[in-house]
Design a protein around this ligand. Structure first.
Ligand SMILES: [Zn+2]
Ligand SMILES: [Zn+2]
Ligand SMILES: [Zn+2]
Length: 91
């Protein structure tokens, strides 16, 4: 992939998903449930995907202006920029 697809790569501070994840940190506070987990690549926060009832990952991205998440699901390595609306993989 030679063309840069996302102009926010310099916001990435966390690339590796933690080994032990309790769940969506915002759902855990309110007793919510989630389907899939995503990690904010700017602050490392773990939150739930847009298929989950509370959509905490995209909510956090908007509220904190942290543009990029990656999947925190086992075996998944894709990232997504909410500003550019583009998926990519960080090598
Ligand atoms: Zn971007
Ligand atoms: Zn959640
Ligand atoms: Zn964040």
């Amino acid at each position: 992939m030679s063309t840069p697809v996302c102009s926010h790569l310099d916001t990435i501070a966390f690339t590796e998903v933690p080994e032990h994840i309790a769940g969506c940190e915002d759902c855990l506070k309110i007793g919510g449930t989630w389907l899939h987990l995503r990690m904010c690549m700017e602050c490392g926060g773990i939150r739930c995907c847009d298929d989950s009832p509370n959509k905490h990952a995209s909510k956090h991205a908007r509220e904190a202006s942290h543009p990029i998440i990656r999947s925190a699901e086992p075996g998944e390595d894709w990232s997504w920029c909410f500003v550019d609306n583009v998926a990519f993989v960080i090598e």
